[in-house]
Design a protein around this ligand. Structure first.
Ligand code: MF3
Ligand code: CO
Ligand code: CO
Length: 282
């Protein structure tokens, strides 16, 4: 438990930076997040149609940038703290923050694509796993467990619940499948800021952490490893990989706490929230 009282503040009264206080948003913020979230989801739906063996992660990045241009929005990751790409592309044992480049996708790879666009000043942040062609059974299981873990975390959200309830729901499900949850990266508040208070840990104990209140906006984005939970960051300063080189997967939704429970802003309108992604060829 925090040694200080958690501070909450009406978002409209708060300065536009991370003060450590938790911003509570009204109907306007929810409407803006609905729009930003829908665009992130649409970009990932587009990716589901495009991912195939032989393409490079740079081509994925180009698609994400072009999608932004077509919709008059900028990717939030572009020049964010020195990151220079429009998406993160994290393949196989890469846990998160993979930098797009010359790496060619090959049959059997699994790749996470993480997109965030700034829509009218608001951030829609989401990621999904994409199988490249046919993938091994264990990779498929990892993806299924990771998606289900995220959804169990999200379903723990309602006013009066705690961040520990989210983490406990995720961690217990992952560990019951003999997989491990990454501790070094977490979900985050967002809205007009990309990364804001509070941190949303994907592990923990029910009832601990901070209390969830109506109007909070944040992400749930668990990273799950087939092996041990430990990660290291490569010399490029970004790419996080599993220390034991085991496979890793991640899904991410942006959500808001409502009076009754939770609203997910980044749902796919094409039913492509998780693989398999049917190709609707015409
Ligand atoms: N989209 C990532 C997240 O879920 C953040 C990426 S920051 C970057 O929070 F700089 F690596 F792109
Ligand atoms: Co995020
Ligand atoms: Co993200």
């Amino acid at each position: 438990m925090n040694y200080r009282e958690t501070a909450y503040v009406e978002a409209s009264d708060a300065p536009l930076r991370n003060t450590g206080q938790i911003k509570l948003h009204g109907a306007g913020g929810f409407a803006a997040m609905r729009k930003a979230g829908a665009l992130a989801a649409e970009a990932l739906d587009m990716m589901a149609q495009k991912i195939r063996p032989g393409m490079t992660t740079k081509e994925i990045d180009d698609l994400a940038f072009a999608f932004g241009m077509d919709n008059n929005v900028l990717p939030a990751t572009l020049h964010y703290r020195g990151f220079t790409a429009s998406v993160c592309t994290s393949i196989n044992h890469v846990v998160c923050h993979g930098i797009p480049g010359a790496r060619v996708l090959k049959e059997g790879d699994i790749v996470n694509i993480d997109v965030t666009y700034i829509v009218d000043g608001w951030h829609g942040d989401s990621s999904r796993m994409f199988p490249v062609g046919r993938i091994p059974r264990k990779a498929q299981r990892l993806i299924e467990v990771t998606y289900e873990a995220m959804m169990r975390g999200i379903n723990a959200i309602r006013p009066g619940a705690t961040t520990g309830d989210i983490g406990a729901a995720i961690q217990s499900y992952v560990e019951s499948h003999r997989m491990s949850i990454v501790r070094d990266f977490c979900g985050h508040g967002l809205g007009r800021l990309f990364h804001d208070a509070p941190n949303i840990l994907h592990y923990g104990r029910a009832g601990q952490g901070i209390e969830l209140k109506e109007g909070m906006l944040f992400t749930v984005e668990p990273m799950v490893n087939l092996g041990r939970p430990h990660v290291k960051v490569l010399k490029d300063g970004w790419t996080a990989v599993t220390k034991d080189r085991s496979l890793s997967a991640q899904f991410e939704h942006s959500v808001g706490v409502t009076a009754k429970g939770v609203e997910i802003f980044t749902l796919s309108h094409s039913g492509f929230d998780h693989p398999p992604y049917d190709r609707h060829e015409q």
